[in-house]
Design a binder for this molecule. Structure first.
Ligand code: ADP
Ligand code: GN1
Ligand code: MG
Length: 370
């Protein structure tokens, strides 16, 4: 076997046996650009057929009870199977995990909690150069929420409690700043000053939920554009992946996080801040796709929270990146020194740009809802 990461080869071989994959493994390479899990593309070859899989180890520092993820996903797939049928287009839109010889769709091995899915040969965009990708992604995430709009969110459990509670995220940041565990606070004073200035400005979504105006629905909660697999030939959205945070949330969290990632002129970690900003063409195309698909269930109050959520999700991930930098890079996978600081700077710049353009963002949402 050719493995890019030797320390995982034992588990990859064990999984191949447990899942009865046909033939022998010919390659096992890290794939994707996720910041959390360990994801491998595994190719097997037998005398007559070649198969490709995704083997993935869940990050148990982040998801301390991965069984909860699988319980949530079972509820989601049971609901879809009952309502639309297990062979329906709706069922096909959400990634499923293979069953192994023990009858489970996960495997607990000596080095952690693993899952296997069929590899879907499609595009997964980390940076985007075509606004149709935004339209298609907006449709896919809106459709995802619409399909699940009849499933009571209270039946699912939070896999990471208070994941998008921006108020608690802000409190956690200032506690982390106080600790300054890695001794880095002095190296990011302008960024800290941004959060000092705006620490009370992004609590509105939490308040609107707490007073009953914005309901919890079954949402994805991690709607980076690379978490949708898109057909290589015609750009159709094929499948939503990264389902670890499918749980109760606000509809606008999904809209907001996707805009943050996909409608930035630059990548999430751009160091030339001149290149960072909200691309209105992309924003409009995502909004068109999302609002059209979500309209059957989306209330006026929810619609009115979408642009605010784009700003809030950008602020929130900025504060999470900076906290991880202060903590010594213990949560998000980094690829270079100061990576989390650079990510935070980029997201702060994007947030400032959104604040300056908020009215225009709202009017584009209205254009497609009304
Ligand atoms: P993370 O939580 O680390 O982001 P993901 O579940 O998003 O992990 O997986 C990382 C990346 O791997 C995805 O963004 C996607 O590009 C790719 N990926 C995941 N599952 C599949 C699959 N079944 N087929 C093809 N690509 C996949
Ligand atoms: C993580 O897993 P991934 O890379 O798709 C993170 C998101 C952040 C994102 C920032 C479980 O997403 O919340 O917005 O990085 N996922 C988790 O890029 O924390
Ligand atoms: Mg991902």
């Amino acid at each position: 076997m050719i493995a890019t990461d030797e320390k995982f080869s034992k588990s990859i071989n064990e999984l191949a046996a447990l899942y009865n994959v046909p033939g022998r493994i010919v390659s096992a390479e890290r794939t994707g650009n996720g910041h959390i899990n360990d994801t491998f593309k595994v190719v097997t070859a037998g005398p007559t057929e070649t198969q490709t899989y995704i083997f993935q180890r869940v990050n148990e520092s982040v998801f301390t009870k991965p069984e909860i993820i699988m319980d949530n996903l079972k509820k989601v797939s049971d609901y879809i199977d009952e309502k639309f049928g297990s062979d329906s287009a709706e069922a096909g839109m959400i990634l499923t995990f293979e069953k192994n010889s023990e009858g489970n769709n996960f495997a607990r091995l000596s080095d952690g909690f693993w899952r296997v899915s069929k590899f879907i040969d499609a595009c997964s965009y980390d940076s985007i150069t075509d606004s149709r990708v935004l339209y298609n992604s907006g449709s896919a995430f809106g459709r995802f929420q619409d399909i699940l709009s009849g499933l009571d969110a209270n039946t699912l459990v939070e896999t990471i409690p208070d994941f998008h509670n921006t108020v608690k995220r802000t409190e956690a940041f200032f506690e982390g700043l106080e600790r300054d565990a890695a001794g880095r606070a002095s190296t990011c004073m302008p960024e800290i000053a941004f959060f000092e200035k705006h620490k009370n400005d992004f609590s509105r979504l939490v308040e609107l939920h707490e007073c009953g105006i914005l309901p919890y629905r079954v949402t994805h909660n991690d709607t980076k554009i690379n978490n949708i697999l898109i057909d290589k030939n015609d750009g159709r959205p094929l499948c939503v992946v990264d389902l670890d945070t499918v749980m109760p949330g606000l509809a606008s969290y999904d809209f907001g996080d996707a805009i943050r990632f996909g409608a930035n002129y630059s990548a999430e970690d751009e160091t030339d801040l001149e290149k960072v900003g909200l691309n209105f063409e992309y924003y409009e195309q995502f909004t068109r796709g999302y609002v059209t698909a979500a309209k059957p269930f989306l209330t006026v109050s929810e619609k009115d929270s979408l642009a605010l959520a784009a700003m809030t999700m950008t602020y929130e991930v900025a504060i999470r990146f900076l906290l991880d930098y202060l903590n010594g890079d213990i949560y998000f996978r980094i690829h270079r020194e100061n990576h989390n600081l650079e990510r935070a700077r980029c997201q702060i710049r994007l947030c400032e740009d959104m604040m300056a353009n908020y009215a225009k963002m709202c009017s584009i949402v209205d254009k497609y809802y009304n």
